[in-house]
Design a protein around this ligand. Structure first.
Ligand code: TMP
Ligand code: ASP
Length: 239
């Protein structure tokens, strides 16, 4: 596999073409932003840690039969991934109230939800990723009915895998964001794409409640690198 031109640079990752039109290299940066870029900085080695964490989680999810974009982790900061057209909808899965849900609905952070709640946000920096409904997704053709059904089903199954996995290593999986894409080689197939890492999850230590995720950066709590390192260590991954 030969790495070629840069195709896209996002806030935390860069995508490169390869000599195979259906495969890309996904490079993880140390750059961190919050509130859609209003706050920005870097977190030392974040790219290396998120590459490790996301590779492991995607592999676990693939084992239960959910297709993922990851082909393999190539090195410290890069993955080989299937090329997809990203569905422009961020899927947030919540097991406890926190963040924007707590703010919007006045539910105290940490409240356990009686069942997982799935929310959709339009992927748009200009509009600040507004909360949307299934009807919006339908009338504006962001995804088909069938795709939405698949996304909901896959998200619930991903949640079962992730909840069990994190519970085993003493971490509450509070909430997280998923992105799905249509394979460029087969647009009828939806796969889990992007990343799953402490950038896009809320992870709380079960004993102390300590936050082990990007909220440490968003809320200026300090110890950001150490928190990401702690997740890597608990997951038994080698930095
Ligand atoms: P929220 O409480 O701010 O809506 O975030 C819910 C979860 O989604 C949280 O784990 C952080 C993650 N998230 C992202 O990964 N990207 C985003 O742009 C936003 C707003 C949230
Ligand atoms: N991902 C968004 C940003 O980069 C928001 C967040 O994670 O808080 O600004």
């Amino acid at each position: 596999m030969e790495k070629r031109d840069q195709l896209y640079e996002g806030k935390a990752k860069v995508l490169f073409a390869t000599d195979d039109e259906n495969l890309l290299v996904q490079y993880f940066k140390d750059d961190a932003t919050a509130f859609n870029g209003v706050k920005s900085g870097t977190i030392a080695d974040k790219g290396v840690l998120n590459n490790l964490i996301s590779s492991r989680l995607m592999a676990l999810i693939e084992i239960v039969g959910i297709p993922v974009h990851l082909v393999k982790r190539l090195n410290d900061r890069e993955q080989l991934v299937r090329r997809v057209e990203i569905v422009p909808v961020e899927v947030v899965v919540r097991n406890r109230a926190a963040g924007s849900m707590s703010k919007r609905l006045g539910i105290p952070e940490g409240t356990v939800l009686p069942r997982p709640v799935i929310e959709f946000y339009l992927k748009s920096d200009e509009l600040d990723d507004p909360l949307i409904t299934v009807d919006h997704i339908d009338v504006f053709n962001w995804a088909s009915h069938d795709e939405v059904d698949q996304i909901i089903e896959m998200s619930h199954r991903i949640n079962d895998v992730m909840m069990g996995y994190y519970a085993n290593i003493g971490i509450h999986l509070v909430d997280y964001k998923l992105e799905f894409g249509r394979l460029s080689s087969d647009p009828d197939t939806l796969v889990l794409a992007d990343e799953i890492s402490p950038d896009s999850c809320r992870l709380w230590d079960m004993e102390t409640g300590k936050k082990l995720d990007k909220d440490r950066f968003r809320r200026d709590l300090g110890g950001v690198e150490e928190a990401y390192q702690e997740v890597v260590a608990r997951m038994g991954l080698q930095n």
